[in-house]
Write a protein that binds this ligand. Structure first.
Ligand code: AMP
Length: 449
């Protein structure tokens, strides 16, 4: 990404602070979950004993100072947020968090280049939650008015973000609402009618439906997050996203955070258009792909792919594996073959109903399912730790998908492996992939007896 860091004066937070109280001092007791919205009733104490529970304090979250690392303690975050961070067992900021939080917490817009697995979700959520707790809404307010809006390209990613948001708001009364396509519309409508839309996590199409019918109101959004912007572009969502952004306050009146794994020209232009004197942050290592991932390409005859795959998957029992194929029919075919070979597997592609996809992902997360066969679009939502092996059964036609695919393993500093099959049909794609990742991938010629 070109370095376009602004040298302009810091953006003042005040313009978008209408109707908000002045900054709280973080002195609230954390064991009392205090509602931050004006329309709610008085603070609710969760203690029911005569002897109140010992109050949680930062002393309960002891993390030693380590040179070169930023602790969450060092960022002047509200205690109720720190408590949630402690409960999630985060101790030190990841690189993208250490790079963006000092900027976002001051109210700057940020354009961030980061892949999944870097901790970017918590990076923008922590900034948002900290801000909303520090500056509660003062006046009576329509509960349909969203304060924070996070837009993600896929349902799975949106649900994953909502999951993290729920965990990080567990000690406050900030409410998280997810509006995602493919899941029950009426249920989401009911939630909008009965709950406050403090933080809305959404996919573009469904959000636009609800915003156009005024079931959710975006004209007072204080913080807007656009996640995986490159993916929104490749999935054709930019017109929807533009319509949504037009419903939010002007960029000078909101804070905008945009993340993308890659920055093709179109995304650079949109990012500049949507942000106001942004700080640009990039944590992508030079070679773009994760250093913890050992990558190899097996050059094979097309009819050798299946026996080699079977051997790879059966070599290690319970090895959490994702296999990518290029098309739905190829995905289904592979899934059937794996099933016939008694391999514990499931399929994740556009042809699988959304509620089934959520169940499948949960099964994969909790270890009930060992192997997932996925297409690129469905695979984008797989944010599961402990994936040991990613297999590219066919090389992706878009080389950037290669980066996204293998990024499913080696998350959070763990090590991972990727094996890609290249046959006479797709070996020509290798140079382009190597160009995107900026390195040569080890190739092995494999013959199956
Ligand atoms: P993400 O890139 O947002 O998908 O996050 C990748 C993984 O890192 C998720 O499982 C997060 O829960 C985890 N994570 C995020 N921030 C931290 C942190 N500061 N310390 C430890 N784990 C983290």
């Amino acid at each position: 990404m070109e370095n376009q860091n602004s040298t302009a004066a810091p953006k003042k937070k005040s313009p978008r602070r209408y109707n908000r109280k002045t900054k709280s001092t973080h002195q609230d007791t954390v064991n009392e979950v205090v509602d931050s919205s004006a329309e709610s009733s008085a603070p609710v104490s969760q203690n029911t004993n005569d002897q109140p529970d010992r109050l949680w304090s930062i002393e309960d979250f002891s993390v030693p100072e380590v040179e070169g690392k930023v602790r969450f303690h060092d960022l002047n975050l509200p205690d109720r947020l720190l408590k949630s961070i402690a409960e999630m067992q985060f101790e030190y900021c990841s690189e993208i968090q250490a790079a963006t939080l000092p900027e976002t917490l001051q109210g700057y817009d940020v354009i961030g280049q980061a892949q999944t697995g870097t901790g970017k979700t918590a990076a923008f959520l922590i900034a948002m939650i900290s801000d909303f707790l520090d500056y509660p809404i003062e006046t009576d307010r329509n509960p349909r008015l969203a304060r924070g809006l996070i837009i993600a390209p896929t349902r799975e990613l949106a649900l994953q973000i909502a999951d993290d948001a729920i965990k990080l708001t567990a000690n406050s009364h900030l409410n998280v609402v997810s509006l995602v396509g493919g899941l029950n519309y009426d249920k989401q409508k009911h939630i909008l009618e009965t709950e406050r839309a403090d933080i809305v996590v959404a996919t573009p199409g469904r959000l636009l439906d609800f915003a156009r019918s005024k079931k959710v109101l975006l004209n007072k959004v204080e913080i807007l997050v656009l996640d995986e912007a490159d993916r929104m572009l490749s999935m054709g969502f930019i017109p929807d996203v533009k319509s949504i952004i037009r419903m939010t306050p002007h960029k000078e009146q909101r804070q905008t955070v945009l993340f993308s794994a890659t920055f093709p020209k179109d995304i650079q232009a949109l990012a500049r258009q949507w942000t106001y004197f942004p700080k640009e942050v990039s944590v992508v290592p030079e070679e773009t792909t994760n250093k913890n991932i050992e990558q190899v390409i097996y050059t094979v005859e097309a009819d050798q792919k299946w026996p080699i795959l079977e051997q790879l998957v059966k070599a290690k029992e319970n090895q959490r594996t994702i296999i990518f194929a290029n098309r739905r029919d190829e995905t289904r075919d592979l899934y059937e073959r794996l099933k016939d070979a008694d391999i514990n597997c499931a399929m994740l592609s556009g042809e699988v109903a959304q509620d089934k996809r959520v169940k499948t992902l949960n099964g994969f997360k909790n270890g009930r399912i060992q192997v997932l066969v996925a297409t690129d679009v469905a695979g984008r939502g797989i944010h599961v730790d402990g994936v040991e092996l990613v297999v590219n059964y066919s090389l992706p036609e878009d080389p950037e998908d290669y980066v996204h695919r293998i990024g499913r393993t080696g998350r959070g500093g763990e090590s991972g492996h990727s094996v890609s099959f290249a046959s006479e049909d797709d070996a020509f794609l290798i140079p382009e992939i190597e160009q995107v990742i900026g390195e040569k991938i080890r190739c092995e010629y494999v013959v199956q007896d």
